[in-house]
Design a protein around this ligand. Structure first.
Ligand code: NIG
Ligand code: FE
Length: 417
């Protein structure tokens, strides 16, 4: 390594990489045969200028460069785009390791939630953390994600469920460089236990939405038994859409409760989870522009069936992969691990997995014009893998496959001494 990494070098050449792998570009999420269309350059270089990628190619095609150029030695390494985690709940205080231990002895996730634990336990911790405590917790979680190769992340509110804490979460996510999604409709807080979900939705729309819409980029709802039903979700999302937010849904996690038809009806950007989606839902999603975001770490962590990824891909649905990082159903910040699960449990190829957590995830976050590919004009967000074949991204099950992470042309994390 020859530069300190603290500044963005005007020009940076990463030379002699064994491989560079990048999904193809597209103006829409990749689907069908295109999902696995990854270009691989052997014996390759990446040239970055002012934090953006200027050129990618084979070393033998590298033209002599005049003027000052910082260099990184890519020998023994491969490069992929910085990973894009399009579904996390990373802005939470505390943890739920006690519940984790109870679940290991047989307690159910929904059962813990119904007894006032689960999401509501994290709501209590998050309300008590204060702005500084919440920012510190988020910073710690974001550092974990970065070390795993995530250079762009979305995070949801939903652990405040009151006006001030929901807005504090959204502000903290934005301040930490994340893409904020308003998940006011995550669960009904204890203050509304008697009046029920419709009056809580009334409160959200009247008291929180006007300010949340100024901070967040999207709105999300947990459409599930024990949370919000289709009518409540429709009312919440319609109002959020009218306020200018993109729409997303947690759907078909435990039951098929109408999330896919509602997502299509409202023109949502994504419907996420899909562990319980059946053949009709698969066909409907494949015929639509809604992206199915698959969260296999969550299914694994809860011991639930995996989402029907192969059937979705074969049917031509646009799919993305994300961690769902949260303290209850997926205490997992690692997209490389998610790629391993995609290949071992979901029947996706390494190429399909890479596309799903780079360019397709960037589409979910409206950033596919600058994130998720290694191509001229894209942000110089780059993961160097400690492997000569980039497919170790998925092959190395939970191992230290990430060698160095560059964000905007600057080394953000590295194993280089
Ligand atoms: O996506 N399903 C709802 N929300 C999260 C879990 C949140 C939690 O348990 O704290 C999820 O799995
Ligand atoms: Fe989630």
């Amino acid at each position: 390594m020859s530069f300190s990494g603290t500044e963005v070098p005007a020009r940076l050449l990463i030379r002699d990489l064994v491989q560079i792998a990048t999904p193809r570009g597209h103006t829409a999420p990749l689907r069908g045969g295109e999902l696995g269309a990854v270009d691989v350059f052997e014996g390759a270089y990446l040239l970055c200028e002012q934090g953006r990628i200027a050129a990618v190619g084979a070393m033998q095609d590298l033209k002599p460069l005049d003027g000052e150029v910082e260099e990184l030695d890519g020998r023994g390494l491969s490069a992929i785009p910085g990973l894009v985690d399009c579904h996390t709940h990373a802005c939470f205080a505390g943890d739920r390791v006690g519940e984790f231990a109870l679940r290991a002895s047989g307690a159910g996730y929904e059962e813990l939630h119904a007894a006032g634990g689960g999401i509501l336990a994290t709501v209590r911790a998050t309300r008590e953390a204060g702005d500084a405590g919440l920012a510190a917790a988020l910073e710690r979680h974001v550092a974990w994600m970065l070390r795993s190769g995530t250079t762009t992340f979305e995070a949801k509110s939903g652990y405040g469920l009151d006006r001030d804490t929901e807005l504090a979460q959204l502000r903290a996510i934005r301040a930490a460089g994340g893409v904020p999604t308003w998940l006011g409709a995550h669960s009904v807080p204890s203050e509304f236990a008697d009046s029920g979900p419709p009056s809580y939705v009334d409160f959200l729309l009247a008291e929180v939405l006007p300010e949340a819409a100024r901070i967040a980029e999207a709105a999300d709802v947990f459409l599930e038994r024990g949370a919000f039903d289709v009518d409540e979700a429709r009312r919440y999302l319609r109002a959020c859409g009218e306020a200018g937010l993109e729409l997303r849904l947690h759907g078909d996690q435990f039951t098929e409760a109408g999330a896919i038809p509602l997502a299509i009806e409202l023109g949502a950007r994504s419907v996420d989870h899909l562990e319980s989606t059946g053949p009709a839902g698969i066909a409907a999603l494949a015929a639509s522009d809604v992206v199915g975001v698959l969260l296999p770490a969550s299914a694994l962590f809860l011991g639930r069936p995996m989402p029907p990824a192969r059937a979705l891909a074969e049917a031509g649905a646009a799919i993305a992969l994300a961690t769902d990082f949260n303290p209850g159903s997926a205490f997992c910040e690692s997209l490389p691990l998610v790629c391993s699960l995609a290949c071992t449990q979901l029947g996706l190829s390494p190429e399909e997995a890479l596309t799903a957590c780079t360019v397709n995830a960037a589409h979910v976050l409206s950033r596919a014009d600058r994130k998720g590919r290694l191509a001229a004009g894209y942000d110089a967000d780059i993961v160097l893998l400690d492997a000569e074949d980039w497919r170790h991204l998925a092959y190395h099950l939970g191992g230290p496959v990430v060698h160095t992470v560059l964000k905007g042309g600057r080394i953000a994390w590295t194993t280089w001494a």
